[in-house]
Design a binder for this molecule. Structure first.
Ligand code: ADP
Ligand code: MG
Length: 622
């Protein structure tokens, strides 16, 4: 069968802290994780802006401590910074408001109350939507794949946390579009992990298996139950916490040491961002060590006012500091099983995903909960999601030879419905319904001769509609004058990406209206996306220009160095005339002046012209 999608299809795990990209490798019958230009298999989900250029990935993360205000998503930055959390939300959203104080970068309200990140780029304020930041990470992952595959890449499957709502998923699609990707599908992270796991263990999957996926990352937590039978993967339930992860464990340790430092030295470092940042880096490193050793020391030279910091942290102390958070994780595990009506005895495999799933205490609690069952650690927890996404991408592109019949069934994370009279939530698509799905219901008007019907669409689990999340609102007007209970059909159509369309139809006349949830949630308009695509091109141009400038500077530097080395070599330089010597020395001086001077207004051409001039003097002599 001819492929629906031309060219390569990649899988991208767009993580809050790290992202990972993979591609199906038909020769080896598996997905291949692609390393970045630094040789790393995961890339920090980090973007930074400076007065001269923009950085993405490792380079952005490395400079984070010196430029926290203009570094988005950073791993080392002061407190959790994460634009993925801004995606598809409104500025007035309580979650955003709570996070605002913690973020070192500035967030302001934009058009339609959409939160915008404010950064300083080349000395000017620039407002960026979260989708734009995500698109920069996606572009980076695309480029990593392109460098490896040595060809342009268009098609991608992108993963999102199972807990992402409708508008967050759409925003992720928009981010993909801005990055110039054809987003073939958005899939849930745990589903991707189960897929990776299922494929690697295909031998065992002839009977139905219930796979429990435990994914604890840097800032989000997802658990899912996926059943695998032959080639069918069905997500039975998902539960999670969008505000729980490795960062929280780091924070507990930081709080502990800030108090400890205060007690011992009578100084408070809690108001000093630089000290906190350095302590954070050290604490995260200690936390990671404690997954492998029972105790570790934390040292930070001159942490505050010249006072060195040195302390011991044991695994048991770490566990005590985070006890309630670990319990919270286990509560979510229980909730997920209850939702799926799956007994823990009938879980066949427990799969660990996400960096924080390496914490021994959590592994113990999980193992205890599942009555001593061995946990599956065969897949690298940092790579499983990208692996699964690459499998899905290959399936959609129809270039997967290993499992041509494989089917992925996903579920919707939140119930979807409309509000009825009295603010009652009437669910049309219950939570954990398999997608894609379509549900219809007939509703009657409340009054005689009602001329219009208002349809308010909500997502959430509360009985009172207004306690849930309003997705959109529309009216079906000019209804036929009729007695009350005049039938109106409402149809919810949830596509395979979890994106919802709602129609309302007056049954008698066939008068129909479709909802546009888009603006209600501050989703980007087509125009805005177009503008952002253009801007992405501009960034690319800027990046390239910057690279050219650096290269021109290095070329000049090398040439000046070559000239100096020549002059210093007495044997060689004694063979040339003194007038030539003078010329060369003057040229070296000129080169150095340009190289060492203020670079603000120096252009690529200045370096090139200088090199050209030096060459015209020096080349004929040697
Ligand atoms: P995300 O999916 O949110 O991008 P990851 O799955 O990449 O996150 O996990 C990153 C988190 O895992 C970080 O908070 C990091 O500190 C934590 N982590 C990584 N390795 C370890 C380890 N050995 N022990 C404990 N936590 C770890
Ligand atoms: Mg992750």
């Amino acid at each position: 069968m001819a492929s629906k999608h031309v060219g390569h299809a990649i899988g991208i795990d767009l993580g809050t802290k790290y992202s990972c990209v993979a591609v199906w490798d038909d020769k080896n019958g598996g997905a291949k994780i692609i390393h970045n230009e630094q040789g790393n298999r995961t890339t920090p989900s980090c973007v930074a802006f400076t007065d001269s250029h923009r950085l993405v990935g490792d380079a952005a993360k490395n400079q984070a401590p010196f430029n926290p205000k203009n570094t988005i998503f950073g791993n080392n930055a002061l407190i959790y910074i994460d634009a993925k959390r801004l995606i598809g939300r409104k500025f007035s959203d309580s979650i955003i408001q709570a996070d605002l104080n913690l973020w070192p970068f500035k967030v302001v309200a934009g058009v339609n109350d959409k939160p915008m990140i404010s950064v300083e780029y080349k000395g000017e304020e620039k407002l960026l939507a979260a989708e734009e930041i995500s698109s920069m990470i996606l572009t980076k992952m695309k480029e990593i794949a392109e460098a490896f595959l040595e060809s342009p890449v268009k098609n991608a499957v992108i993963t999102v946390p199972a807990y992402f709502n409708d508008s967050q998923r759409k925003a992720t699609q928009d981010a993909g579009a801005i990055a110039g990707l054809n987003v073939m599908k958005i899939i849930n992270e745990p589903t991707a992990a189960a897929l990776a796991y299922g494929l690697q263990k295909r031998g065992n999957c002839f009977e139905e298996r219930n796979v429990f996926v435990f994914d604890l990352g840097g800032g989000t937590f997802d658990v899912s139950i996926v059943t695998i039978k032959d080639d069918v993967y069905e997500v039975k339930a998902t539960a999670g916490d969008t505000h729980l992860g490795g960062e929280d464990f780091d924070n507990r340790m930081i709080d502990f040491f800030v108090k400890d430092f205060n007690k011992k030295n009578k100084v408070d470092i809690s108001e000093n961002p630089r000290s906190l940042r350095r302590l954070r880096t050290a604490c995260e490193r200690a936390k990671m060590n404690l997954s492998f050793v029972k105790e570790t020391t934390i040292e930070v030279d001159s942490l505050f006012q010249g006072i060195d910091f040195c302390s011991l942290m044991t695994r048991s102390k770490f566990e005590e500091l985070n006890k309630d958070l670990f319990v919270k994780c286990m509560d979510t595990v229980e909730k997920c099983l209850a939702d799926a009506k799956v007994d823990k005895n009938s879980v066949h495999d427990v799969v660990l995903v996400g960096g924080s799933s390496r914490i021994p205490k959590l592994q113990n609690l999980l193992q205890e909960f599942f009555l001593g069952k061995d946990l599956c650690k065969s897949i690298n927890p940092d790579e499983a999601i990208a692996y699964g996404a690459a499998v899905q991408a290959a399936l959609l592109a129809e270039n997967l030879s290993i499992a041509p019949d494989l089917v992925l069934l996903d579920v919707t994370p939140l119930s979807l419905g409309i509000s009825l009279k009295g603010d009652i939530m009437c669910v049309l698509i219950p939570r954990n319904s398999m997608i894609p799905t379509k549900h219809e219901k007939l509703f009657g008007t409340f009054e005689d001769n009602q001329s219009m019907a208002k349809i308010a669409v909500y997502e959430g689990e509360r009985t009172r509609a207004s306690d849930n999340n309003l997705l959109g609102l529309f009216c079906l007007s000019d209804l036929n004058p009729s007695p009350r209970r005049h039938p109106i059909k409402v149809c919810f159509d949830l596509d395979e990406n979890g994106v919802l369309k709602v129609y309302a139809e007056e049954s008698k006349t066939g008068k129909k209206k479709e909802i546009t949830i888009v603006n209600e949630k501050g989703r980007l308009t087509a125009q805005e996306i177009k503008r952002m695509i253009q801007e992405a091109e501009m960034y690319k141009d800027d990046d390239e220009k910057f690279k050219e400038k650096v290269e021109a500077k290095i070329a000049l530097e090398e040439y000046v160095y070559k000239m100096s080395a020549f002059m210093e070599d007495a044997k060689v330089s004694s063979k040339i005339k003194s007038s030539q010597k003078k010329n060369i020395e003057a040229a070296i001086g000129e080169g150095r002046e340009l190289l060492d001077g203020n670079q603000q207004n120096v252009e690529t051409a200045d370096f090139e012209n200088c090199l050209h001039k030096l060459r015209s003097i020096f080349d004929p002599i040697i």
